[in-house]
Design a protein around this ligand. Structure first.
Ligand code: ADP
Ligand code: ZN
Length: 513
């Protein structure tokens, strides 16, 4: 085993967990290995594939990456090939011939090929050493990337009873993990979970008030560096990319509305460092093997913690420092909720809501971001201070904002809970705009009481009141604000409203060399 590691792969030692996985497979035991991106999953099956008799079949949804993987394996002298829809019949026949004559150590397959019954017959005539299921979370509807084709893998262990099955994934909440085990019916598998901590990533959540200006300033602090900006809608992707281009930044859009050729071209320009920034919907990134991504910015709310972890996880795969910034505003929540409300399937809708509320908690509480992420994956973070997130790097100050909260609350009460955040802020800051005058709100006792602070301050305080469930926003067309029970306790000073303010950052993480 060590001999093969050195001679075939040129490595002198295993990375954490690799040895256990390799040994289990060599013992013909099933495996479920959950390792973060960059953890070295390929070696875990390529090494036994070289050592064992027969062909190792690797089922992977990432057609675009198969060629690279095969080229990489061949460069190490491994007899590898792939079969997928990108090939013409002659190319496929050639691979099948090599497979049938026992001249392949590794065969990469797309799951849709595995469904075909004639293909299964062919596999029946071949000596297989093992079956590998890459991106195994695709079999779970609880995961972030469910692929119905993967369900066909559930009879793998009965069809090929004599060979071990090894499933790999970089995502797995305990629920997805259990689902993978159940759906694949793995037999007394070795389960390996590597730590999900990515120590070189700095997590930073910022109050989103002016996206364009904030993006530009973030890009300015990472000049010429490669990065991804995630946005929710295709339109905002295009708009943001255009805006950045106008500012002289080599940014390209990526979303499902572009033609295949355009998407592919933009992706490749990014991979080859011809474009520094890619602005993308979540359609971008799975299987992107670009190691020098220095920053990932979420300009809108991610769909779930799992998505957030995956998307930020694309940064810093080379182990060098990288920055992950989430721009967060309570005002974004209704947009996402509106979208979720349109989901017809009830379980699906509730799942989406639950996922959203976890993201909101992640972004709006002042707990170490790293700890919150790892908690989500059932891993406890052993340190008090990670020294690499906005919470741990900032010194915090608890401020009593009861008086200011009372100003907002009484403006809401005096206008009979019939107005939205913008108007309430206009009242306390003493605006004389048309709406204020028309409603006679300049005659309210609370008009202008909060002039000491600017609008941004009041906006943030409203967000804080929403997050602390002092007030709530009405659903539907008019997002008017109304009071929750806690509000009357604050108004009567029976309860205090504290806000945690993150003071000046100690120091930004130094840019990578
Ligand atoms: P994953 O599929 O888990 O994202 P890869 O299999 O692509 O990760 O491996 C990530 C990188 O780590 C690759 O460049 C690979 O060559 C390297 N690598 C894997 N195992 C070792 C090892 N034991 N020693 C040194 N480098 C390794
Ligand atoms: Zn932290």
């Amino acid at each position: 085993m060590f001999d093969t590691l050195r001679k075939v792969f040129g490595f002198h030692e295993f990375r954490p967990n690799q040895e256990r996985v390799v040994r289990a497979i060599l013992d013909k035991r099933d495996v479920l290995a959950i390792m973060p991106t960059g953890g070295g999953k390929s070696l875990c099956y390529q090494l036994p594939a070289v050592m064992m008799e027969g062909t190792c079949m690797v089922i992977s949804p990432l057609i675009a990456l198969m060629k690279d993987q095969v080229d990489g394996a061949r460069a190490n002298g491994i007899r590898a090939a792939f079969l997928n829809s990108s090939q013409n019949p002659d190319e496929r026949d050639e691979v099948l011939q090599r497979l049938l004559s026992g001249k392949l150590d590794l065969l990469y397959l797309a799951p849709e090929r595995f469904i075909l019954s004639h293909f299964r017959e062919i596999l029946g005539q071949v000596q297989l050493s093992m079956a590998v299921i890459d991106e195994a979370h695709c079999i779970s509807e609880w995961g972030h990337d469910f692929r119905p084709d993967y369900l066909s893998l559930s009879d793998l262990v009965t069809l090929f009873a004599g060979i071990p099955v090894a499933a790999f994934t970089a995502t797995a909440t305990t629920r997805v993990q259990q689902d993978i085990l159940d759906k694949l019916a793995l037999r007394n598998p070795l389960i390996v979970r590597a730590s999900f901590d990515r120590p070189n990533l700095l997590y930073d959540v910022r109050f989103k008030d002016n996206v364009e200006a904030q993006l530009l300033s973030l890009l300015k602090s990472n000049p010429g560096k490669a990065g991804i900006i995630y946005r929710t809608s295709r339109k905002s992707v295009s708009d943001t990319a255009t805006m950045l281009q106008k500012k002289g930044i080599r940014a390209l859009p990526y979303h499902a509305g572009l033609s295949d050729a355009e998407r592919k071209g933009n992706q490749e320009a990014f991979i080859r460092d011809e474009a520094e920034v890619i602005v993308a919907t979540i359609a971008f990134g799975m299987g992107i093997d670009k190691s020098n991504i220095r920053f990932v910015i979420h300009a809108d709310l991610p769909k779930s913690i799992e998505n957030y972890y995956q998307e930020t996880g694309r940064a810093g795969r080379d182990g060098e420092p990288a920055q992950c910034t989430l721009l967060f505003a309570q005002g974004d929540i209704p947009k996402v909720r509106f979208f979720i409300d349109s989901i017809i399937d009830e379980t699906e809708r509730e799942r989406a809501l639950g996922a959203l509320s976890k993201v909101i908690t992640f972004a709006s509480t002042s707990v170490c971001r790293r700890r919150t992420l790892l908690d989500y994956f059932g891993e406890s973070y052993p340190h008090d201070n990670c020294n690499s997130c906005d919470i741990c790097l900032g010194s915090r100050e608890v401020v009593d904002a009861t008086l200011e909260a009372q100003m907002l609350l009484s403006a809401i009460v005096r206008t009979e809970e019939r107005f939205g955040a913008g108007h309430i802020v206009d009242i306390v800051t003493g605006s004389q705009n048309k709406k204020i005058i028309d409603f006679g709100h300049d005659r309210l006792k609370t008009w202008g009481v909060g002039k000491a602070h600017d609008k941004k301050y009041w906006r943030q305080l409203i967000d804080e009141l929403l997050a602390q469930q002092v007030i709530q926003k009405a659903e539907g067309l008019y997002p008017t604000l109304f009071l929750l029970p806690k509000a009357s306790r604050i108004l009567k000073r029976e309860e205090q409203l504290n806000i945690v303010r993150i003071l000046e950052k100690k120091k930004e993480q130094p840019p990578a060399k």
